[in-house]
Design a protein around this ligand. Structure first.
Ligand SMILES: Cc1cc2nc3c(=O)[nH]c(=O)nc-3n(C[C@H](O)[C@H](O)[C@H](O)COP(=O)(O)OP(=O)(O)OC[C@H]3O[C@@H](n4cnc5c(N)ncnc54)[C@H](O)[C@@H]3O)c2cc1C
Length: 396
């Protein structure tokens, strides 16, 4: 039988190393991590760094290596199938590094990038605020120019890794808080007076990566910390990468669900035969496999578009579709996976319940499902579906 998925020969070797790392070192720690011990209290990030996982998309000279996006995505799938939290921690290290390489002054990039790649420095990506989530224009964090510096005031909430971060990429309005104010992103050293982080919030999923608030009160940041891009535009570039990362976690949960369910049902006998031979359960596994394969092909098409432009000219409809379809499939299929394991499915000894908890979160972060539906709906309405190749409508 042919292999179901094709993987570049160069990447295969890396995947074998990652699979072994996950089986031997991640799997035995998952329960500690999920019991809120946090990834950072283990040596997993440093081992991942020794394999090279955080550095995959960087060229070693302060630039981006586009050929690294596919290996990053493939390795994430495997890692997420064991620990969503670890996949998230690795992905956000790459995301923060990506933002630094694309938009930060070289001295700022060189201050933080080596630590991110080594699994020793941690950053945050701070857009959301207590009263501004989906409606990003409603943010009220403001940066006012004062001599050679900017002075930052405001509060960011729901910030992944906030309680552990040494720096944060912060979106702020310039000079005033009005809805239409210009925006900028700043790389803020969280050791600066006036910057503070709140405690970790109790969440249902991704429990190994703490999340909390970041507050700025008269926090003075140098001009050099301002990123060289319009604030919204730069953040959206990062958010597109984060959406593709969400797709990779979702595919990891689908892959993990297939692995955990087929293994369990092959061992579990009922009515005199292994349950894996039951046609009703096989039909459910079939739908799960179809969801994984469909999501994987779509995600790779979206990833190709992102990698080709290094973030520029990315097909945002493809990225939205990949994020929406894979995360909704992960939610639906992890629910099935819990059911397929019966009582064992809700026991923390089994990974399926973690896919279920983490999947709900990836339907919310980086654009909720509704927002992706809206954006795709607008795209659909703009196209001419009567044409042989659906495309923009021709003017009469
Ligand atoms: C685990 C986790 C990690 C996160 N990490 C980060 C992070 O690192 N950095 C960061 O900046 N943010 C982060 N966030 C915040 C996340 O981006 C927001 O939660 C998300 O954007 C939704 O915003 P909200 O929670 O304010 O929901 P709201 O915007 O209040 O939305 C509530 C509901 O209304 C719906 N809704 C809102 N507007 C519309 C509309 N126009 N049309 C239709 N439906 C709509 C939404 O889909 C949702 O169902 C994180 C959130 C979570 C849960």
């Amino acid at each position: 039988m042919n292999e179901l998925i094709s993987v570049d020969p160069d990447v295969r070797e890396l995947l074998a190393v990652v699979q072994e790392f996950c089986e031997k070192e991640v799997a035995p720690r998952v329960r500690d991590i999920e019991d809120a011990a946090a990834i950072y209290d283990t040596d997993l990030l440093r081992t991942a760094a020794a394999i090279g996982l955080q550095g995959l998309i960087f060229d070693g000279e302060g630039g981006i290596e586009p050929a690294g996006f596919v290996p990053a995505h493939e390795t994430n799938e495997i890692v997420a199938s064991y620990s969503g939290s670890l996949a998230l921690a690795l992905s956000i290290a790459r995301l923060h590094g990506y933002m630094l390489c694309r938009y930060a002054a070289p001295e700022i990039r060189d201050r933080w990038l080596p630590g991110l790649v080594a699994g020793e420095a941690f950053g945050a990506f701070a857009i959301s605020e207590p009263h501004a989530g989906t409606d990003v224009r409603a943010i009220t964090t403001v940066a006012r120019r004062d001599g050679d510096d900017y002075v930052l005031d405001g509060e960011k909430s729901w910030i992944t890794q906030g309680p552990r971060s040494e720096f944060a990429v912060v979106l702020a309005k310039l000079e005033h808080r009005g809805r239409e104010a210009d925006t900028a992103a700043f790389v803020v050293d969280l050791g600066t007076p006036g910057a503070s982080a709140g405690p970790a919030e109790p969440l249902i999923g991704f429990r190994g990566v703490p999340l909390g608030t970041l507050s700025f009160s008269g926090c003075r940041v140098p001009e050099a910390a301002r990123m060289r891009v319009d604030g919204f535009g730069g953040m959206l570039d990062g958010v597109n990468l984060a959406r593709l990362d969400c797709a990779s976690y979702a595919l990891g949960f689908l892959r993990g669900a297939l692995r955990e369910c087929t293994t369990y049902l092959a061992d579990r006998e009922a009515f005199g035969a292994p349950l894996v031979r039951n046609p009703l359960l096989q039909a459910q596994l079939g739908t799960m496999l179809a969801a994984y394969l469909a999501g994987r092909h779509l995600a790779h098409a979206a990833l190709g578009s992102f990698a080709a432009g290094g973030g520029d000219g990315v097909d945002t409809a493809l990225v939205s579709a990949a994020k929406l379809v894979t995360t909704e499939s992960a939610m639906a299929q992890s629910t099935v996976a819990v059911q397929l394991l019966g009582g064992a499915g809700v026991h923390t000894d089994h990974l399926v319940q973690s896919y279920f908890r983490d999947s709900k979160i990836i339907e919310i972060i980086d654009g909720t499902s509704q927002i992706h539906q809206l954006m795709l709906g607008r795209t659909a309405a703009r196209l001419d579906w009567t044409a042989p190749v659906p495309g923009p409508r021709r003017r009469a």
